[in-house]
Design a protein around this ligand. Sequence first.
Ligand code: GDP
Ligand code: MG
Length: 148
Amino acid sequence: GWEPDDKHNMAVERTLSIIKPDGVEKNKIGNILARFESAGLRIAALKMAHLSRAEAEGFYYVHKARPFFGELTEFMSRGPVVISVLEGADAVAKNRELMGATDPAKAAPGTIRKDLATSVGENTVHGSDSAENAAWEIAYFFAGSELT
Ligand code: GDP
Ligand code: MG
């Protein structure tokens, strides 16, 4: 029978998702949001925004020292994005599973990045990598009153 344990506690979590500029440019907003909903994730907050370079740099601050930081923040600020908070059991891991590997060429079949992305730089979606980082990322884009 089912028993809770530390590895599979199925905690109800929230995670931050961004449909990156390439996904919006390709008209894939509905396609991607439908994947989240079909997987049982609830959209708890949603907005469209065109990030400034400074906003993109602030969001990706942890990658500041990486060689691709300039390319990444230029890309993330080149056009509108769709930012959402996804809620559900194991939302962080579930979203990462739906996204696929960072490099679309290495992403599993049926994942967003395998199906829609073109390169490691333009890989269509962002997703938080831990519940702790999700809390910081959600607060970066949403006021408490915008979460439902
Ligand atoms: P993620 O968590 O799967 O999104 O991957 P990371 O946290 O490691 O990297 C953040 C983002 O930086 C990725 O989604 C890519 O958009 C970008 N990125 C990572 N590696 C590279 C790279 O080698 N070149 C470029 N241009 N972008 C990269
Ligand atoms: Mg990451």
